[in-house]
Design a protein around this ligand. Structure first.
Ligand SMILES: [Zn+2]
Ligand SMILES: [Zn+2]
Length: 179
């Protein structure tokens, strides 16, 4: 029961991740919300991330909003497990998102996640809103399989460029290009 509750918490986060990003980040009606403002800046500057104290407030808000109903519905242990699953995966998302921008992807998942996200950044901002998984992009019809990703030179990630030549590193030349 505890494992199921924690897994449901993780699944809930993946849906929130999709909804917050797609609607609060990319729908004009929500551009003026705190998340909308931060997210537009993230897209414009590329390496900008909201400060950690704001993310901690968000984590506290998730706990504050979900803990009482979760315990009321599922009991104390399962309710807490649900909230821990949700909030720890929120933390995982924040870590994963930053790593995609700052480090080469590690392993098949790391490489997949990075291409999924940079397709969103540089090819079509209406697609691939999921950062840790593509589940909800499939559900809502916004999944697009990345092919060649053309990255604006001024927004190019450090891991993608050869510091000696300034060009795309040879191992990424088939999948990324500068524009
Ligand atoms: Zn976005
Ligand atoms: Zn990003």
């Amino acid at each position: 029961m505890i494992i199921v509750a924690a897994a449901l918490g993780v699944l809930t986060w993946t849906l929130l991740e999709y909804m917050i990003h797609r609607w609060m980040g990319h729908d004009r009606r929500f551009r003026k919300t705190p998340f909308g403002v931060e997210h537009v800046r993230h897209h414009i500057e590329g390496d900008y991330f909201a400060p950690t104290w704001k993310k901690l407030i968000v984590a506290a808000l998730f706990v504050g909003v979900t803990i009482a109903p979760a315990i009321a519905i599922a009991g104390t242990e399962a309710g807490i497990a649900y909230v821990v699953g949700l909030v720890s995966f929120y933390g995982m998302y924040e870590f994963q998102h930053r790593r995609e921008h700052t480090h080469p992807g590690f392993g098949p998942y790391g490489r997949w996640a990075r291409r999924h996200h940079f397709h969103h950044h540089f090819v079509d901002g209406r697609k691939n809103h999921g950062v840790t998984s593509p589940i909800w992009d499939f559900v809502f019809g916004t999944y697009e399989r990345p092919s060649l990703i053309r990255v604006p030179t001024k927004l190019c990630m450090a891991w993608l460029r050869d510091p000696a030549t300034g060009d795309i590193r040879t191992e990424y030349a088939g999948t990324y290009q500068l524009r």
